[in-house]
Design a protein around this ligand. Structure first.
Ligand code: NAP
Length: 191
C-alpha cells in the first residue's frame, strides 16, 4: 500500500484552525453521532506528525487536566521543531531531518497512512514540499473572525480534486480532497 500523508483537521467556517492565541474553544461542541468518521480514519493511520506549537497545546492541555490530551503510544508520533533543544515527552520523537528527506524515508517504510495533525505552519512546510496527499477538512459552522489559518499564508497555487463531501446533522461539512501534484519534470499534467 502506498502510504499517504493526510491532513485530518477541523476549521471554522472562515478557514481558521485556532484563534490567534491558540484557543480552540469553538471546537468544544457536541459531536454528531459517529464523530465524523474519526474511528475509521484513525484505523487507517499508524503515524502522527505534530508541529511544535500544536505539541505545546497538548502539553498545556495535559497540565490543565483535559481528558484525552495524550500522545498515543500505539502510533508513532513525530514532532517538528527547528528550535527545540530539550527532549520531547515519552512516545514522541523529534525529527532532525528536512521535510523532504523525512517524508521520503517515512513513505518508504511499510505501514499505514500518516496523519498530518498540523497546525498550519507544519502543514505549509509539507504542502510546499509537495508532501501532502490529501486534506480531510471538517468545516465547523461557526465563524471566529480571526485566527491561525489552515495553511500558513504565502502565495501558492495548489489545485485540489474533491473526492467526497459529507453533510452532518449538526451542520458540519467534511470535505475530502486530493492534492493534485505537479507533474514531474519532463511530464505534462494529464486532464
Ligand atoms: N482545528 C484543529 O483541528 C487543529 C489541529 C491541529 C492544531 N490546531 C491548532 O493549531 C495551532 C498551532 O498552529 P501553528 O500553525 O501556529 O503551529 P504548528 O504548525 O503547530 O507549529 C509550528 C512550528 O512547527 C515547527 N515547524 C514548522 N515547519 C517546520 C519544518 N519544516 N521543520 C522543522 N520544524 C518545523 C516550528 O517549530 P519551532 O518554532 O519550535 O522551530 C514552527 O514554529 C494550535 O493552536 C493548535 O491548537 C488546531
Amino acid at each position: 500500500m502506498k502510504r499517504k500523508i493526510i491532513v485530518y483537521i477541523a476549521t471554522s467556517a472562515d478557514g481558521f484552525i485556532a484563534r490567534k492565541n491558540g484557543d480552540i474553544d469553538w471546537l468544544d461542541r457536541p459531536r454528531a453521532a459517529g464523530n465524523y468518521g474519526m474511528a475509521d480514519f484513525y484505523r487507517s493511520i499508524d503515524t502522527i506528525l505534530w508541529g511544535r506549537k500544536t505539541y505545546d497545546v497538548v502539553l498545556k492541555m495535559q497540565r490543565d487536566g483535559v481528558k484525552g490530551a495524550t500522545f498515543d503510544p500505539h502510533v508513532k508520533n513525530y514532532l517538528f521543531s527547528r528550535r527545540m533543544r530539550s527532549r520531547p515527552v515519552k512516545h514522541v520523537a523529534l525529527v532532525k531531518e528536512s521535510v523532504p528527506r523525512f517524508a521520503k524515508r517515512l513513505r518508504a517504510e511499510p505501514g499505514r497512512h500518516i496523519w498530518m495533525m498540523g497546525g498550519g505552519g507544519l502543514i505549509a512546510s509539507f504542502l510546499d514540499a509537495g508532501e501532502i496527499d490529501e486534506f480531510m477538512v471538517h468545516v465547523i459552522p461557526t465563524m471566529i473572525g480571526d485566527g491561525i489559518p489552515l495553511v500558513a499564508p504565502r502565495r501558492r497555487l495548489v489545485p485540489l480534486k474533491l473526492r467526497r463531501s459529507k453533510r452532518y446533522s449538526d451542520g458540519v461539512v467534511s470535505l475530502h480532497y486530493d492534492v493534485v501534484k505537479a507533474p514531474a519534470r519532463g511530464q505534462t499534467r494529464r486532464a
